[in-house]
Design a protein around this ligand. Sequence first.
Ligand SMILES: Cc1cc2nc3c(=O)[nH]c(=O)nc-3n(C[C@H](O)[C@H](O)[C@H](O)COP(=O)(O)OP(=O)(O)OC[C@H]3O[C@@H](n4cnc5c(N)ncnc54)[C@H](O)[C@@H]3O)c2cc1C
Ligand code: FES
Length: 244
Amino acid sequence: MEKYKKGNFKGKINSSGQIALDTYKLEIISDLQGAKPGQFISVLCPEKTFRRPFSISNFDSKKHLLTILFKLKGDGTNYLKNLKKGDDIEFSAPLGNGFELLNKNSLLVGAGIGIAPMLFLKKELDSNNIKNYLMGGFKSKEEVIEGSDETVIGGSVLDNIEKIIDEKQIEIIYSCGPLIVLKLLSQIAKKKNIPSYLAMERVMACSLGVCRGCVIKLLKNNEEQNASVCKDGPVFLGSEIIWN
Ligand SMILES: Cc1cc2nc3c(=O)[nH]c(=O)nc-3n(C[C@H](O)[C@H](O)[C@H](O)COP(=O)(O)OP(=O)(O)OC[C@H]3O[C@@H](n4cnc5c(N)ncnc54)[C@H](O)[C@@H]3O)c2cc1C
Ligand code: FES
């Protein structure tokens, strides 16, 4: 059974603002009861047929406050950027499977705006007293989103990762970011013989598992399977993803 009831919600903006170059934060008050890190919402944008998916970057169950962080891209994110305190917002949530919290020494890697779900995951691991270390990687210092234990600017967030895995005796990796970062991380995890849980991103139309537009291929028990990123994911075991 799903932990939190999925549905369509009408919320109000509690706060909005810029947090880095072309990057914004929105806090939304609604009747949503809860969400897991790695789950996402899909927002109805005016005059757009398809809703826009955004990772949940925090959920405060006492205040019923949901946070998303987003980078400007096109019409949908420009609409979100202009929302102000008290404005209405409609969205479906919580969507997708989310990360499983395991009691293992965890390395979290957020590349660019991929840091958004990692901040929520870190908060949940901390509140469950699970040891973790969050690395954030950004192209420039203007793009840095605060909240990581270690921030890499300019170079690749993966440059020192093997050393960190060894030194910190990491037992599991969680990540969200560009496909190439996820692919390399899955290879590093394999080499180190530890699991990696990766939040994948695909352009989404329905976000509900219906259109099959976001399907990726998995290899499970030596059999190829199709999986929709929006419903079966977005989080998958790195060792099961067939990378193209
Ligand atoms: C599960 C998931 C979680 C995401 N979480 C975040 C987040 O936390 N913060 C953030 O800034 N972005 C996130 N994205 C990407 C975000 O959905 C797109 O940047 C956004 O939809 C762009 O909309 P737009 O109208 O501004 O841009 P346009 O380019 O005008 O969008 C056109 C169409 O393409 C789709 N699209 C465009 N780029 C992407 C993309 N990279 N991924 C998926 N669909 C895309 C849009 O949904 C829309 O249907 C996430 C995507 C997925 C799949
Ligand atoms: S977006 Fe339609 S099945 Fe995933």
